[in-house]
Structures are given as structure tokens and as C-alpha cells.
Design a protein around this ligand. Structure first.
Ligand SMILES: Nc1ncnc2c1ncn2[C@@H]1O[C@H](COP(=O)(O)OP(=O)(O)OP(=O)(O)O)[C@@H](O)[C@H]1O
Ligand SMILES: Cc1ncc(C[n+]2csc(CCOP(=O)(O)O)c2C)c(N)n1
Ligand SMILES: [Mg+2]
Length: 324
């Protein structure tokens, strides 16, 4: 199999060729012991789990989800993996395998692809998951399609099932990535910790299974925006979710971070996506697992509309990302 180093010396993916690139990618993908057949055959074959299999898929498009002039290739790869691993986390599960579809412009540097795959595999490896296959095609627009497979407890933690009186809690950072994104949009390159939060999200991978064990009644990962995603919980559970700004500040970016840049910290917290914290509800008598902070409470919809309120008031500000 031609090694990655020879492909790295080739200027573009067109020079490397489809199978040159596949071989180079394969050569840098470690495979876990659960992988019976990794990349190279018609399908990957992975050993079954005793608990329920979970599966999720996500698309990423250059310009929409990432920019090559903003982020190094390895960071874009790590984000693509994190975004998918986080969905498994949100079910209380653990990811085991990923596939990676790449639609690549002809003139894309081969070295960019290899760095991207390295970052992707590194993030997957951080939770013990293997990249077991994928697909390549050419396209004028750089696009990624990632599918993740994992296992989750039975019953899994869904979006429906929150009950009035439940505690609303969050694990992980919220609003940091949005603050970093807002800084990049303004051409500001400080503070580094916010830019880094955008480039390399750090989803709390241990928190999902822990919350499931602790009896979380509902859970999701915040990918579009806190209020937008909390609305999914409110609607699926037919309740009101009241979020508390004083407590949310504890998981948000530091006050000093966006100060003086015109970036509104609370707006980043309420409507920012891409950090992939977990938002869950717990019975109010349950002790929150380590790493979880109470940021609100579940109230009855009382014949009215399920909705998200902020500090007890109706909220009609920015809620999160929508594609259309
Ligand atoms: N084209 C589609 N066909 C079938 N189901 C879809 C399609 N697009 C989305 N869905 C389903 O709709 C639900 C919401 O999708 P969405 O992509 O918003 O997931 P999410 O977890 O809320 O966000 P993210 O993708 O950012 O993690 C998921 O259960 C998903 O499988
Ligand atoms: C360059 C650039 N511009 C904008 C954003 C913000 N953004 C894009 S899509 C999305 C929601 C999740 O997408 P999906 O629902 O498709 O998973 C968010 C928060 C970004 N990350 N990078
Ligand atoms: Mg999700």
C-alpha cells in the first residue's frame, strides 16, 4: 500500500488519484479490536455490542460549517468527528465506529486531506472509536458526510420524558465556540482560548453515559443553539423549560473574553452552537453527576404552548442556527 508520506508530497488530490488517496488514508487509520473488516472492502464489519446499537449521520459543507482559511485541516477533521461523537453521547451512548465520506475539489492539496483525516481519527481515537470506512468523490464544493455507530443503554435517553419539577442541567461549555466564531467574523484573533473553542470543541464525552446511569429523563447535545435545542426538549416533552442566566454564565465564556469586541456574551450562550455540551433533565431529588450544573427547571405547559423561557420570561431573541 503506498504510504501517506508519498501522497503528502503530491500537490493535489487529482495528482494522488482516488485509490492513491484511499490507500494513503487507510494507512493512517488505526483499527480497534472490535473491527473485523476495516476500510477496503464493500462494507466494514464490526463486532456487535450487547447493548442497543445507535447510529447518526451529519453533513458538513465548506463555507457553511467550516472555512479552510479560518481553521487548520486537522481541526476541521476533529470538529467533524466531535459533532458526530457528540450525538451518540447525547443518547447516553459510546461511539465505536465512524465512516467518512469526502467530496473533494480537484485542486485540493493532498496534504490537506491527510491532515484532515489525522485530526478526524485523533478525535475518534479519544473515545476509542475507529474510522472503519468511507467514500470519496470529486465536487466543486468541499463536503463531508460522517456516519457514527455506537451503543447505548436500554432504554436510551430521549428528547421526550422531561417532567414538571425536573432540574435542567448542562455538562460542558456553552457559548465559547460562538464567541470564537463571532471574533473570526470580525477578523479579531484574540483571545486565543475562544478561537480554540471554535476550532476544537471539547464535548464532555464521559457525561452522556454518566447522566444515563444517573437517571436523566431527557438529553440532547447543543449543536444549533441552546434555546433552539432546548425547544426540542420542551416540544418533545410538552413542558416549559425555564433557563436561568445567572447559572448559565458559569458555563459560558469568561466575561473578559469577548469584552470590548462587540460580541454579546449572553447572546453567545443562549443562541450559540458548536460547543456540543449536553443539556439534560433530572428528577429534582437526584444528585447531579460530577460536571453537571443546574441551569434551569422544567415547568408545566399548563394547557399552553411548550416553550423555552429565560429567567421566567418569554424569549423571542436569537435562539440558534437554522439552515433554511
Ligand atoms: N434527510 C433526513 N432524512 C431522515 N431523517 C432526517 C433527515 N434529516 C434529519 N433527520 C432527522 O431529524 C432529526 C433532527 O436532525 P438534526 O440534524 O437537526 O439533528 P440534531 O442532533 O438536532 O442536530 P445535529 O445534526 O447538529 O447534531 C434527527 O433524528 C435526524 O435523524
Ligand atoms: C464558517 C462557519 N460559519 C458558521 C458556523 C456556525 N454553524 C454553522 S451550521 C451550525 C449548526 C449545526 O449544523 P448542523 O445542524 O448542520 O449540524 C452552526 C452553529 C460555523 N460553525 N462555521
Ligand atoms: Mg444532536
Amino acid at each position: 500500500m503506498p504510504g501517506s508520506s508519498s501522497t503528502l508530497r503530491l500537490p493535489t488530490v487529482a495528482h494522488a488519484g482516488e485509490f492513491g488517496l484511499i490507500n494513503a488514508i487507510r494507512s493512517i487509520l488505526p483499527q480497534g479490536s472490535h473491527v473485523i473488516v476495516g476500510p477496503g472492502d464493500d462494507c466494514a464489519v464490526v463486532r456487535g455490542q450487547e447493548t442497543c446499537p445507535v447510529i447518526s449521520t451529519d453533513l458538513m459543507v465548506e463555507g457553511r460549517h467550516f472555512r479552510r482559511d479560518w481553521s487548520p485541516a486537522a481541526d476541521i477533521g476533529a470538529r467533524a468527528a466531535a459533532q458526530n461523537l457528540s450525538d451518540v453521547n447525547a443518547m447516553g451512548g459510546t461511539a465505536t465506529s465512524l465512516t467518512l465520506g469526502l467530496a473533494l475539489p480537484h485542486d485540493l492539496p493532498a496534504a490537506w486531506v491527510m491532515e484532515f483525516v489525522r485530526g478526524f481519527a485523533e478525535e475518534a481515537g479519544s473515545v476509542g472509536a475507529s474510522v472503519v470506512g468511507g467514500d470519496l468523490t470529486s465536487s466543486d464544493t468541499l463536503m463531508l458526510a460522517v456516519t457514527v455507530l455506537g451503543s447505548c443503554p436500554a432504554p436510551p435517553v430521549l428528547r421526550s420524558g422531561a417532567r414538571p419539577g425536573d432540574t435542567v442541567a448542562i455538562a460542558g461549555r456553552q457559548g465559547w465556540s460562538a464567541a470564537g466564531l463571532a471574533l473570526l467574523e470580525r477578523g479579531v484573533s484574540e483571545p486565543q482560548e475562544l478561537l480554540k473553542a471554535y476550532h476544537r470543541p471539547t464535548p464532555p464525552y464521559a457525561a452522556g453515559p454518566e447522566a444515563a446511569r444517573a437517571g436523566a429523563t431527557v438529553m440532547l447535545d447543543v449543536s444549533d443553539g441552546l434555546v433552539a435545542d432546548a425547544r426540542h426538549l420542551a416540544q418533545a416533552s410538552n413542558v416549559v423549560i425555564d433557563l436561568w442566566t445567572d447559572e448559565l454564565r458559569l458555563v459560558g465564556p469568561p466575561a473578559s473574553g469577548p469584552a470590548g469586541t462587540g460580541v454579546d456574551r449572553m447572546q453567545c450562550i443562549l443562541s450559540g452552537g458548536d460547543d456540543h455540551p449536553l443539556l439534560a433533565c433530572f428528577n429534582r431529588t437526584a444528585e447531579l453527576p460530577d460536571g453537571w450544573t443546574q441551569v434551569g427547571a422544567v415547568l408545566p405547559a399548563d394547557g399552553g404552548q411548550p416553550m423555552v423561557t429565560v429567567d421566567g420570561e418569554a424569549y423571542d431573541g436569537p435562539a440558534g442556527w437554522t439552515h433554511f
